[in-house]
Ligand binder design. Structure first.
Ligand SMILES: [Zn+2]
Length: 236
């Protein structure tokens, strides 16, 4: 078998103390404010997709992070497909926008081996039942899903962790938005039938013939790490 619990055999980082994902216990998060942190509002600019899309501000106010790739994690059911959990509860899926520090490193591969190399924006995706009488609602949700990001990105959690697939390097600063986006059960079903593709992650061997029924790593111990809760409106 080659499941997540055996990754450490070939990828020693996978048994480290700063692994991802984690279960975010909101009561135990540390609240950042203008007084006690050097955070700046997160600035996301994907206007030039494929050429210079970047993120600045947030946990690393001095660095420019370049978008490398986008991928999604999901599970066998609509209830538990996300990688990160919040207070013991998972979402249907989780989108990852993977960025690398282009100010300090010359490639994604180089950045991925260094503490301050990778920044991943994570967006929870929640499955919604379609109701006949909520057309306005559905339209709004459909639009949001097309954008792949929640309308309000001012509130997020952040902590130091790792890639959630081998080699599981502990080089990721996670930014996990509190607000999720929505999609339908049918869309998630299609994702489960997809062939896995992530340009810069080593794909673990799986027993589904490349069809990824599930690709979410179980939550890892938080250990001594603190998750910080950021509200950009308070530090603007
Ligand atoms: Zn991922």
């Amino acid at each position: 078998h080659s499941g997540p619990d055996t990754w450490w055999v070939h990828y020693p980082s996978a048994s480290g103390s700063m692994q991802s994902p984690v279960d975010i216990i909101t009561e135990e998060t540390w609240q950042a404010s203008r007084e006690n942190s050097n955070f700046e509002p997160l600035e996301i600019d994907y206007s030039s997709m494929g050429g210079g899309s970047n993120v600045t501000g947030g946990p690393y106010r001095h660095y420019n992070f370049l978008l490398e790739q986008i991928h999604m994690h999901w599970g066998e059911s609509d209830k538990n497909g996300s990688e990160h959990y919040v207070n013991g509860k998972g979402y249907s899926a989780e989108l990852h926008f993977v960025h690398w520090n282009e100010d300090l490193y010359s490639s994604y591969e180089e950045a991925a081996r260094n503490d301050d190399g990778i920044l991943v924006l994570a967006v929870f995706v929640q499955f919604i039942q379609k109701h006949k009488n909520t057309k306005t609602h559905t339209d709004k949700h459909t639009q949001t899903h097309t954008n792949s990001q929640p309308e309000d990105t001012s509130k997020f959690w952040t902590y130091q962790g790792s890639l959630t697939t081998p080699p599981c390097y502990e080089s990721v600063t996670w930014v996990i938005f509190e607000n999720c986006i929505y999609t339908s059960s049918a869309v998630l079903k299609k994702y489960r039938e997809l062939k896995y593709y992530a340009e810069n992650e080593t794909r673990p061997d799986d027993e589904f013939d490349g069809q990824l029924k599930t690709n979410n790593r179980p939550v890892q111990p938080i250990g001594v790490r603190k998750v910080r809760q950021i509200n950009s409106q308070l530090i603007d």
